[in-house]
Ligand binder design. Structure first.
Ligand SMILES: C[S@@+](CC[C@H](N)C(=O)[O-])C[C@H]1O[C@@H](n2cnc3c(N)ncnc32)[C@H](O)[C@@H]1O
Length: 250
């Protein structure tokens, strides 16, 4: 089957090794944090957009939440299914592109973590519409007042580390905040490399984007794996966390 974009191809190949990444090693503490922030009783329904290998969904399901995980990569979802079986929990796994995923289910909350689809643009993906469409689809899927938690690539750090040569050589586009980098991964046929395009976000635009779709941002905190906390962003850290509530129906 043709892949929808390079990220699907990358994550299908990378899936079996994904949980070896050091940034996946904080899942239990992250789930503690999510539960404290969401303040929802077990039995509540949570949507996990760009769920990957399901590390948050499976742990939240273990703690009694009714989880639905959406991902573009069938390879990542295969790993997620294995993890759910091992943990003996049930999660609804949906193979879909978050920019197209529509659901009339009524979720009590949504999470989109470790970029989880939000800034992962395909080669031809519209850098502005991509994130907005994901927010719109989440907004349709959650109840009024539902809380959402995202972690996204920190655009401030991208700007601070980029050089004029990066712009000239097409590695960083300051008009879209998109970065293009080669990424290597292992496959059964050996190593493969792909040019991947992802974008960072600055806090001010995040507030505007969320507001445009009917969410009010409550907090913007530092959101780098291993350093989640109710704290100010470090300018050079990898990720930003956004917590917001759905305030209106668009
Ligand atoms: C860095 S991983 C994060 C996975 C998980 N949320 C975590 O915290 O480990 C990004 C995930 O987003 C998925 N993804 C990328 N683009 C997507 C899209 N357009 N729709 C749905 N999932 C997407 C990838 O397949 C991958 O599993």
């Amino acid at each position: 089957m043709t892949k929808r974009n390079e990220w699907e191809e990358f994550f299908d190949g990378h899936a079996p090794a994904y949980m070896e990444n050091s940034f996946t090693k904080n899942t239990l503490a992250e789930v503690d944090f999510l539960i404290e922030e969401l303040q929802l009783p077990p039995g509540s329904r949570i949507l996990d957009m760009g769920c990957g290998t399901g590390r948050h969904s499976v742990e939240l399901a273990r703690r009694g939440y009714l989880m639905t995980g959406v991902d573009i990569s069938s390879g990542m979802l295969d790993e997620a299914r294995k993890a759910a079986n091992e943990a003996n929990v049930k999660v609804d796994w949906i193979h879909a592109d978050a920019t197209e995923f529509r659901s009339n289910d009524t979720f009590d909350a949504a999470i989109c973590l470790c970029e989880g689809a939000f800034g992962l643009l395909g080669k031809d993906g519209d850098p502005f519409e991509h994130g907005l469409s994901i927010l719109r689809n989440i907004s349709t899927a959650v109840k009024p007042n539902a809380k959402v938690i995202f972690t996204v690539l920190n655009g401030l750090a991208l700007i601070r580390r980029s050089k004029q040569e990066d712009v000239q050589q097409g590695r960083f586009d300051p008009t879209t905040m998109a970065e293009v980098s080669p990424m290597e991964y292992d496959t059964s046929e050996g190593k493969k490399s792909l040019l991947l395009r992802e974008r960072g976000f600055v806090p001010t635009e995040l507030v505007m984007m969320f507001r445009q779709i009917g969410f009010e941002v409550q907090d913007i905190w530092g959101g780098t794996a291993g350093k989640w906390g109710r704290r100010q962003i470090d300018l050079d850290e990898m990720e930003i966390m956004v917590t917001a509530s759905k305030t209106s129906i668009i």
